[in-house]
Write a protein that binds this ligand. Structure first.
Ligand code: SF4
Length: 259
C-alpha cells in the first residue's frame, strides 16, 4: 500500500466484480462518455465563448456523486479500515495532481467570482514556485515537465507535504475545503488506513502511515484521457494536471487567448 503521495498504478480491487460496484462503474462510464461526446461537439464553440452547455457540468457533478458512492462501496466491501476523520484537512498540504481539464475549468469558473480570486491565483503561483524548488531538490528531473507518475515527482510530493504549505483552498480557520463540493477527484480518492495521529509529520509514526488511493477502472480513466486530449488539441493548450498549476495556466490562457 502506498505510504506517500506518489501516483500509483490504479489498484484492481476484487469487489470491482461485484454487481453493485460494476453498476456504479457502468454509470460512471456512461457519464464520462456523454461528457466526451459533448466536449467533442462543443469544444470549438467553447474556445470562443468559454462556455459549455450546462449539461456538461451537470454530468460532471453527477459523475462526482457516483464516484463518491463508488468509493464508499469499495471501502465497505473491501473492509479497508479507513481512519480518516470527517472533513479532516491533514492531507490538504499538497499539490493535488491528476486533474482533468473540466475539473480545472469548473473550479476556475467558481472561484473567479470570489473577492479574493487574485489572492488565490497569487497563492497558486507561490505554491508552484515552492513545489518546483522541492522538485529540483528531490532528484534528477531530466526532461521537463517531469511526469507526475515518475519516482522523483512522487518523492517531491512527499517532501512538499513535509513543508506544511496549505492548499490554496484550505480554509485554515475552519479547517475545511472551500471548494468541497467540486474538490478534485484525487482529493476524494486518498484515504488513511493508519492511526490518524501518524498523518502529522512531527509524529514519530509519520513514516509508517499508510494511504490508500481508490481509482475507477481503467476504461473510465481512458475516456477521461481522451476527453483531455480533445480539449488540448482544440484549444492548442496543454492542461497541466496539478491543481495550482492548472489554474495558473488556465487563467493566463483566458486572459491572453487570441481574439
Ligand atoms: S482542494 Fe480542498 S480537499 Fe483538495 S487539497 Fe485543497 S483543500 Fe484539500
Amino acid at each position: 500500500m502506498p505510504t506517500d503521495f506518489s501516483r500509483q498504478e490504479p489498484r484492481f480491487f476484487s469487489c470491482f466484480d461485484d454487481p453493485a460496484v460494476r453498476a456504479l462503474c457502468a454509470r460512471m462510464m456512461e457519464l464520462a462518455s456523454e461528457i466526451k461526446t459533448d466536449v467533442e461537439l462543443y469544444v470549438d464553440a467553447f474556445r470562443e465563448t468559454l462556455r459549455f452547455p450546462e449539461r456538461v457540468f451537470h454530468r460532471l457533478h453527477q459523475f462526482r456523486d457516483v464516484y463518491d458512492r463508488f468509493l464508499q462501496e469499495v471501502i465497505e466491501r473491501e473492509d479497508l479500515g479507513v481512519t480518516c476523520g470527517k472533513s479532516c484537512p491533514a492531507c490538504c498540504h499538497v499539490v493535488p495532481c491528476g486533474l482533468e481539464p473540466l475539473e480545472i475549468i469548473g473550479i476556475y469558473d467558481q472561484i473567479r467570482q470570489w473577492p479574493d480570486f487574485e489572492a488565490i491565483i497569487r497563492g497558486a503561483g507561490a505554491a508552484m514556485s515552492s513545489f518546483q524548488k522541492v522538485l529540483q531538490e528531490s532528484g534528477p528531473t531530466g526532461k521537463t515537465p517531469v511526469k507526475s507518475s515518475s519516482e522523483v515527482f512522487g518523492r517531491a510530493l512527499s517532501n512538499f507535504y513535509l513543508l506544511r504549505i496549505p492548499c490554496i483552498f484550505l480554509d485554515q480557520k475552519r479547517g475545511t475545503c472551500r471548494i468541497y463540493d467540486i474538490r478534485p477527484f484525487i482529493c476524494r480518492a486518498v484515504f488513511s488506513l493508519s492511526d490518524p495521529a501518524y498523518c502529522g509529520p512531527d509524529h514519530p509514526g509519520f513514516s509508517l502511515r499508510s494511504l490508500e488511493v481508490i481509482e475507477p477502472v481503467d476504461e473510465i480513466n481512458f475516456v477521461l484521457m481522451e476527453t483531455h486530449a480533445v480539449m488540448g488539441a482544440s484549444l492548442g493548450f496543454r492542461f497541466p494536471d496539478i491543481l495550482q498549476q492548472g489554474l495558473l495556466a488556465w487563467h493566463r490562457w483566458v486572459r491572453e487567448r487570441p481574439g
